[in-house]
Design a binder for this molecule. Sequence first.
Ligand code: FMN
Length: 666
Amino acid sequence: ELSKIWEPIQIGPMTLPNRIMMGSMHVGFEKLQNGVERLATFYAERANGEAGLIVTGGAAVHPEGGMGDEYCNVYQDEDIEKLRLITKAVHQANGRIALQLFHAGRYAYKEATGLDPVAPSPLQAPINRWKPRELNAEEIEATIQCFADGAVRAKKAGFDAVEIMGSEGYLINQFLSPVTNKREDEWGGDFLRRARFGIEVAKRVRQAVGPDYPVIYRMSGLDLMPDSTTMEETLQFANMLEEAGADALNVGIGWHESQVPTIGMMVPRGAYVWVAQQIKQVVNIPVIASNRISDVRQAEKILYEECSDMVSMARPFLADPYIVQKSKEGRFDEVNTCIACNQACLDHIFDGKVASCLVNPLVGREAEWQLVPAENRKKVAVIGAGPAGLEAARVLAERGHQVVIMEAKKQIGGQLNYARQVPGKEEFNETLRYYRTELARLGVEIRLGTLAEAEALIEEGFAEVVVATGVIPRRPEIPGVELGHVKGYDAVFEKRAKVGRQVVIVGAGGIACDLSHLLMHDETISPKAAEYLQEYRILDGRAVQKLQQRKRKISMLRRGKHVGSGLGKTTRWAVLANLKRRGVEMLTQIEYSRIAEEGVYFIQNGEERMIPADTVIVAAGATSNNSLYHTLLDRLPVHLIGGAKEAGELDAKRAILEGATVGRAI
Ligand code: FMN
């Protein structure tokens, strides 16, 4: 029973009908044609889905601190009219929306702004090619005024509140932290002087908007940077913000440059709620918890335990704009849950592209992709129940077609069934649960263990066929590849192959990384079992550790230069660091000589070497499984999608996108 979530909450003078906020996300639609209208539609959809409050992506208060002209800015009066399109749309949908006031400081890209980035001290961020210029006292004063002016413009544009962006290592956070603030004037030095900029911004914004306008402050709860602000200082800062007139504190986690994963799939859900809980204990204003809160039932528990007064969900609103409404109606299984993959949201933004969502490619295409019922309802067969086929079947059925999905294996999911076994990738189970629920709700007939054949499809009278038959793993031509201890990655994931203790993986792409993770995970003692065995003193910590160390020796080999290519920018580094920590050996730029009973021979830097192996696993790509498509081509309208169309790395993003596209085309 969810009750806490639906208790209205007061943020200053504003009453919210529930305690779930859509957290700030820059999605980059501004650069598309009719960008602001697109943003308006995007937010309005989330308001329709009953988000308690929406926060926009960061809007720059100064050109120096932004992302260029095409970005959503709030530094000039001309911006007001544009922004009004957003507030109007959200209000029409009965929603409430806050504008986030943003200044990137040393994270701003000169390529985008045409200006040198600025910062409290001229220290270059490791994630920026440009070194910032130190702000002088006069400029600091002017920058504070920019936050205040931005807030006034937001109010004029009809926003229900503002959120001051003070976390994630942006300008305000740069002033607060001794890592980035080396000043010796009144804006730096001891804690109080470092805190002064952020507090002045809060005060000046409050002054500018008056007492009856909600001001939320996104503070950094945890920088996750060596030698940065301490927890004690953070709590003191929270107190100072309350005094300065903030109506609520939204707790941000980590800097963009920090070496700790904070939002990836490997971060357990709710791992940072404790930070909000610490802050809640020292202030009287509402505190908002954030990061990896993906389920409304989880949010309910956080509120029930009084860890925070509200929760922020950012990416979960990309995955499903109706997460709140569906949960309110108890339709939890119909929620398309965020799996925290970052592959289409954050990875796209870091690549300068528009954000979308792997599990919901409708994001960014709201205007042109609204589902319309099929004019001609047809009997359609979808062959293959991997992500491409599942999404195609779902969309086709939603539009009124009669859909039968056929799958050769005994379960739906295709290669998602590989991913979901990998430690830290369990979230893929949610995607499968979503499709299972949706296909059942939509009355899609699922035939498992069925190998589709052209004749039978024609005989059964299907009007069109979607071929989503996936891939066939490739066997490279290395002498010895036919030996008994050489296995395909598919056989290992499907538990058809026995894997020994000394493993060499041929290949070092995304699949090889996943395999390594899977095989490193020693099931002799699971983490849960370890906890139990220690709690009841059956084993002591050392004994458990010793048993857990009975690890496999794993080596990944690759002809090419890079390990983990194909993994997204925001996760690759964390995945590789994790594997290295666990002792997985990675060798690149090698030439295979041969595989023998005792191991794999290869040449590296002109010398032949051998790595002993009792099991060799081939994870060296795949080819498209498209023969059915070619057989059907002249006989029925037939469509080819996913891996069957283009074999590559595991690519659920493209698979789902193509399923969504074909689902709209029939
Ligand atoms: N946080 C901000 O405060 N301002 C931003 O402009 C912003 N842009 C983001 C853009 C994307 C594509 C994503 C995925 C996140 C962004 N964030 C931004 C961080 C989110 O607000 C949030 O803290 C983070 O995604 C973790 O929460 P979640 O697990 O609920 O998604």
